[in-house]
Design a protein. Structure first.
Length: 299
């Protein structure tokens, strides 16, 4: 059973004429007759009764006609939905982010929602390990995190931007320091740090592993937003990616002079999985926002 056979049958039944149907469908009368005969053969019943002048629905045809109409309507609706998805007029997108990366998503989410208001966004903030698990379980379409050593062969990762772990504090509190801060100099500052398990803290711990440095840690917190708010309103400093202070006024960042201090931002897909057009557009908006909204101060 083919859609064209249903379409031919419905048109003949509606017009009660093979010749009129052939004109409206722009195909030959013999083609219509042949395809309807194949449909009747498949169903094992006669759908139309015909003589030299009239075409009428049989008892079987009367029962089949509304079903055929519904199938054609559903097929048209399905095609319309596909066009809507293609043009981003409908759909959903699930995006995951680590805690440290989440401040960077604010402008992206607002801009994406402005450009594609009919795409429903589901944003999940959690650890990188949990994000990659959700990606592999098909619970996420896309994940954005900072790159960490090692990789998962099931995941394909793409660089968004190159960044570094930085000492961050209010503008003016790092007078006397150069364009980079040595690891040994970090002990001079009272610190509010991201909690252990967050990416920036893990990178800091790897840097400190072989260094004889005692940090003055006053508090730890797992919210980057709250952490930056504390630093903005106190004499405390913290250590995060330079990108973390994007859009936050009154703060400056000094890169930590260490080869393991890179914090490259990446987006991740499940390898071999279907990539929604909405996910591709989200990445484009993310790249644009990161390029055009770098308002933070870095030495």
């Amino acid at each position: 059973m083919e859609l064209r056979q249903l379409r031919y049958f419905v048109e003949v039944a509606r017009l009660k004429s093979y010749s009129l149907a052939s004109k409206t469908l722009f195909i030959t009368q013999s083609t219509i007759s042949q395809q309807i005969s194949k449909l009747e053969e498949e169903l094992g019943v006669e759908l139309l009764t015909r003589d030299t002048r009239h075409v009428e629905l049989s008892d079987y045809g009367q029962q089949f006609y509304p079903c055929a109409l519904q199938v054609l309507d559903d097929a048209r609706a399905g095609a319309d939905r596909i066009r809507d998805v293609k043009n981003l007029h409908v759909g959903t997108l699930s995006v995951g982010s680590t805690y440290a990366f989440s401040p960077l998503l604010k402008q992206t989410v607002l801009e994406f929602n402005k450009q594609f208001p009919n795409i429903r966004l589901n944003i999940i903030i959690t650890t990188k390990e949990e994000l990659l698990k959700k990606l592999c379980d098909h619970e996420l379409d896309l994940a954005v995190t900072y790159k960490s050593p090692g990789g998962d062969e099931r995941i394909e990762s793409h660089l968004l931007f190159q960044s570094r772990l930085c000492l961050i504090g209010r503008i003016g509190m790092f007078q006397g320091l150069g364009k980079q801060v040595k690891v040994q100099e970090l002990s001079r500052f009272p610190l509010a740090l991201p909690s252990k398990g967050l990416q920036s803290r893990d990178i800091l711990e790897s840097i400190l592993y072989a260094e004889d440095v005692n940090l003055d840690i006053r508090l730890e917190i797992n919210s980057v937003r709250y952490l930056l708010d504390l630093v903005s309103n106190s004499s405390l400093a913290t250590m995060l990616s330079e990108e973390a202070i994007q859009g936050v006024r009154g703060l400056e960042a000094i890169p930590i002079a260490h080869p393991d201090g890179r914090m490259d931002g990446c987006y991740h897909y499940l390898k071999g999985a279907y990539h929604k057009m909405a996910a591709q557009k989200f990445v484009e908006v993310l790249q644009q926002c990161n390029t055009t909204n770098r308002t933070f101060k870095i030495r």
